[in-house]
Design a protein around this ligand. Sequence first.
Ligand SMILES: [Zn+2]
Length: 468
Amino acid sequence: MGFRIVAAVFALWAVASGAWGPAAARQATNVSLIVANGIVITVDGTRRVLNPGSVAINGTEIVAIDTPVAISARYRSADTIDATGKVVMPGLINTHTHAAMVMFRGLGNDLALMDWLQKYIFPAEAKTVSPAFVRVGTRLALLEMIQSGTTTYADMYYFEEEVARVTKAAGVRGVLGQTVIEFPVPDAKTPAEALKRTEAFAKEFAQDDLITPSIAPHAVYTLDAAILTAASELAKRLNIPMQIHLAETSAEIGQSQDRHKQRPVALLDSLKFWAPITIGAHGVWISPDEIALLKQRNVGISNNPESNMKLASGTAPVVAYRHAGVNVGLGTDGAASNNDLDMFEAMRQAAFQQKLVSMDPRVISAPEALEMATIGGARVLGQQALIGSLEAGKRADLIIVGMSRPRQTPLFDPVSQVVYVTRGDDVETTVVNGKVLMRDRKVLTMDEGMVLREARAAADLVRKAVQQ
Ligand SMILES: [Zn+2]
């Protein structure tokens, strides 16, 4: 072979392989993690689905999402996860739960909210809730969340600094609300004490990468106007998100009218209660005028279809919220009224519930349900610039979901499959802030056996508490 021919063949090879020519100047950049060859559902502004697609992650951030060929030309990593045939999607965002209440899972089922709260939950909590109990319960909840693809959750409970510590250790993202309620509770004898606690907690976790401290005045039926106002002032002063149970049941509307002479939304508006980020949990018994007001005040709604159905609380006007431009996310509520923390089930039930009550199967489509569980939730929490979709520059919170079960076969439409047949157990790998928390079903940041043993042991306290 003459020199010229060899040179020409080499040049052809070099251009085709990207080793030379325009790409030659750009060497592949080292990144910390590549998720390769998946069916990438981005939930970005154009709802892009790349099939196949790869995601390059460096440190805590997504640096690029593109075709596998383009990503492997530009990036290399010592750690690559092959996602062939699997869905790669944003981690799910649970906008309302009480994590440690997994310890009351299955307790006092089949009762109305007020009966259930007053006969079972409040008394059991009074006898069991301690820093150690909250740690054990929250760890159990975190294990369930990591295993079912939840990467961010909004919590309302007691000893929230303990919740924050175990959440951070597990590597999960949280908007964690310290409860303020009028009767004595395990972490505060008075609401004033709860406010003080909130302030110390907010200080401890200010600027944390995973934890956003928050304040959670419980509801208008468990707080008077002065405390609601004080909680709101503290949220504004500390610039932290506020979470409140809002118009969950028709009984709550009656209680609000008896006690405050106003419906919940009108009362809170007259108190100038709303903070820059306010998360209204449930928002079931809401009129069209109130929807317009919530939009004006930038209040986000956490829709909790399973809890609302199990307690027969009602159906939130999700379609009307969305038409009015109110941000809507999904939540599971505490496991005690659900009875699990599986956000895939929440997506499915959210769609089914709205279709049934409106007698219109076109409302809350699969893409809309997925949106509520991801970018919608991020907007409700005020974190849409960071999480909720797979986009370069956002935090690397993503999950890899198996799609090869019989019930997922055949696979025509990945989004429909995710919403209508996928379960939390199908999640194989969970990544938060660029860190792999679960890989091929093995949780890496928690000792699964230990978490379960401790939870079973602590359940004895609950058993004793409800026997007395
Ligand atoms: Zn709740």
